[in-house]
Design a protein around this ligand. Structure first.
Ligand SMILES: [Zn+2]
Length: 407
């Protein structure tokens, strides 16, 4: 029975490929809410018709971005979808995937193209429209087994992962509490491995106000915000290397209007990656020292916005048991797998922070994600769907050992 189920997936590559091309060619850059919704509708319809599950569609709060002058601009986001089945079963599995991509509506990268018979290039084919189809295929196959009765599951399709899941984070955290384990369909690491530990991440915006003055007539009356920002950036950069696993990257800087005016505004945005939870406090303290120093300058005032949106994903015993289950299943299918740590983060960080053990790279194999040469190894749609199906079947064989005390 198990073998025939797993083998049935092998026939599914042509329709999966066709659907993947269709989904990838609908632009769903995070801020293109209409495109995200289109992908969400198509997918949730496929989930509902193949899985006969409960479906809920939720609108999310707008995404707030801080402008140079400190004012806030709000971006509408696409809807989040929750699909679920058998909420009373003894074991509850949370499966998540994101609908958005990093490619905006006006990106030059909108179409799929075959690089060779095995390699399809296209926006989001790996990250992670391919993964969403793997999830659907695995659940559909699993549902044909009598063991399916032992597992209840919830699928979350969120619209804002690529900007750090600011508006879906609270729903992810809430859902994590009422499940036993998580399966996330981010693409595998470039060598096919699973991601183990993941760094935490925070995004910050520093805004400096100075005093404007005419560059020729009253230069001495001005207080140059850009020069103060240059000092701030240098000090932030010098924190690199001081603490193991902590990196700070200034990514965006702007300010000023014209060369004949002392600029009274400057802004920079930077990202911090952390290895362990305690790193956050250390960073906050170092930043405070730098800010105090800058703010001693007469006429200059620096304010810092932002926070650590994602805490590091550290592996506890429950995580390790789940990783072993996945690698055992993969070995059984003839594909030896292991896991390694990575500096990137994803919703796996969020679920871990809420106490839910999870494997977050169950999606497809491919590469060059977040670039215009993103590709998928097309055979991995089937391979990875077989892997997830087997994992679900193994979980269902012994639901008791995987269930935990839930909220
Ligand atoms: Zn992704």
């Amino acid at each position: 029975m198990m073998d025939s189920l797993l083998n049935s997936i092998t026939q599914r590559q042509p329709p999966l490929t066709e659907t993947l091309v269709e989904l990838a060619q609908i632009n769903s850059g995070t801020l293109n809410w209409a495109g995200v919704n289109q992908v969400g509708w198509l997918l949730s319809e496929m989930f509902c018709s193949r899985l006969n599950c409960h479906h809920q569609q939720r609108s999310l709060p707008a995404y707030r971005l801080i402008r140079t002058d400190g004012t806030v601009v709000e971006h509408r986001l696409g809807d989040l979808h929750i699909l679920s089945k058998r909420p009373d079963a003894p074991l509850q599995v949370l499966l998540t995937g994101h609908l958005d991509t990093v490619f905006p509506e006006d990106s030059a990268f909108q179409q799929c193209q075959w690089l060779d018979q095995q390699t399809l290039q296209g926006p989001g084919v790996s990250d992670m429209k391919g993964g969403l189809l793997v999830m659907l295929e695995a659940l559909s196959t699993f549902e044909q087994s009598p063991l399916a009765q032992r597992i209840g599951w919830t699928v979350i399709l969120n619209p804002d992962e690529e900007i750090g899941s600011p508006s879906s984070a609270s729903i992810l955290a809430q859902q994590a509490l009422c499940h036993d384990l998580g399966m996330i369909y981010e693409p595998a690491l470039p060598d096919g491995q699973l991601a183990g530990e993941r760094k935490g991440s925070g995004n910050f915006t520093a805004i400096i106000a100075g005093v404007a003055a005419h560059a020729g007539r009253e230069h001495h009356l001005g207080r140059n915000a850009i020069c103060a920002m240059a000092e701030f950036i240098t000090a932030v950069d010098q924190l690199n290397g001081l603490r193991e696993g902590v990196t700070l990257n200034v990514g965006i800087v702007n300010g000023g209007v014209t060369t004949n005016q002392v600029p009274d505004q400057a802004r920079c945005r930077f990202n911090i990656r952390t290895r362990i939870r305690e790193d956050e406090l250390w960073c906050q303290q170092q930043l405070q020292k730098i800010i105090q120093q800058i703010n001693t300058k007469e006429g200059i005032s620096l304010t810092l916005h932002g926070s650590f949106g994602r805490t590091p994903k550290q592996l506890n015993q429950a995580h390790l048991a789940l990783f072993r289950l996945v690698t055992d299943c993969s070995a059984e299918l003839g594909v030896p797998l292991s896991w390694e740590s990575t500096g990137g983060c994803c919703d796996g960080n969020n679920l871990s922070a809420a106490g839910l053990p999870n494997v977050d790279t169950l999606g497809v194999l491919g590469g060059n994600i977040h670039s215009h040469t993103e590709f998928i190894k097309i055979s991995s749609l089937v391979e990875r769907a077989r892997l997830s199906t087997l994992v679900l079947l193994r979980l269902a064989e012994q639901p008791g050992i995987w269930s935990r005390t839930r909220a």
